[in-house]
Design a protein around this ligand. Structure first.
Ligand SMILES: [Mn+2]
Length: 240
């Protein structure tokens, strides 16, 4: 039997007009993990903290995905314009769970909001709203375009975990974020940047695999092999 690593993905608490709330993630996240040879397991974020160590132990790796903004109080900032989607439960879970994941040295792939959770959890800060706080930056919040629209290039640090995963140091990515890293956490290394200086990737040295990207490779892995390679490298680390 093949050894398929189990990847825990904290779900997003979602409310709907005509049915009950659920915990879910976009199908593309699950598809990307499946395509790379992993077994995605969506986790409800109301699991009691006393059970988090057991949960960490049962999974081979974790993926933190996109969604609403982190509460700005978590990184000591006032609320920025156009903030949306705050969830105290999700922030509590992901920010509380992160140190356990890192202590256990379980691989972590952190996408979009996930990268921001990784940074804030390790003591970094965020640009609360790029359009109003970085007027010189290009448009990163391409929310009205198809999610696989290539919005800008990204330069990747040669030799980084990200570069090795991608097999490339120049990328075209989508861009579906109005926030980004302001001050990177001291322990993180920046590994990717857009031409306007907006930070697009970080990694944590000394761990098996801890990688954050600000774009959405799960929307691009069917059209760009380099994007699938991110998930393959993650799953390989979870299997090692
Ligand atoms: Mn971007």
């Amino acid at each position: 039997m093949q050894n398929l690593p189990l990847i825990g993905i904290p779900g997003v608490y979602r409310t709907h007009k005509q049915r009950r709330p659920d915990y879910g993630v976009s199908t593309t996240y699950a598809n990307a993990i499946l395509a790379a040879g992993g077994l995605p397991a969506i986790l409800p974020t109301n699991i009691a903290a006393e059970n988090w160590p057991a949960l960490v132990g049962k999974m081979d790796g974790f993926m933190f995905v996109g969604g609403g903004d982190i509460e700005p109080s978590r990184y000591g900032a006032p609320e920025a314009p156009d903030s949306y989607g705050f969830s105290t439960e999700r922030d509590d879970f992901e920010l509380g769970f992160l140190p356990l994941v890192l202590a256990a040295d379980k691989p972590l792939l952190a996408i979009c909001r996930g990268l921001q959770v990784l940074n804030v959890g390790l003591g970094g800060t965020l640009i609360g709203d790029i359009p109003s706080q970085c007027p010189q930056a290009q448009k990163h919040d391409q929310f009205t375009s198809p999610r696989d629209t290539l919005a800008h290039s990204v330069s990747v640090q040669p030799g980084s975990l990200l570069a090795r995963a991608l097999g490339s140091t120049e990328l075209k990515t989508n861009s579906l974020h109005h926030q980004s890293i302001l001050q990177p956490a001291g322990s993180l290394v920046v590994n990717a940047q857009a031409p306007d200086g907006i930070l697009e990737g970080v990694e944590l040295p000394g761990k098996r695999f801890v990688l954050g990207v600000q774009w959405h490779p799960e929307e691009l892995f069917t059209s760009q092999e380099a994007m699938l390679n991110i998930f393959k490298a993650f799953i390989a680390a979870c299997t090692a």
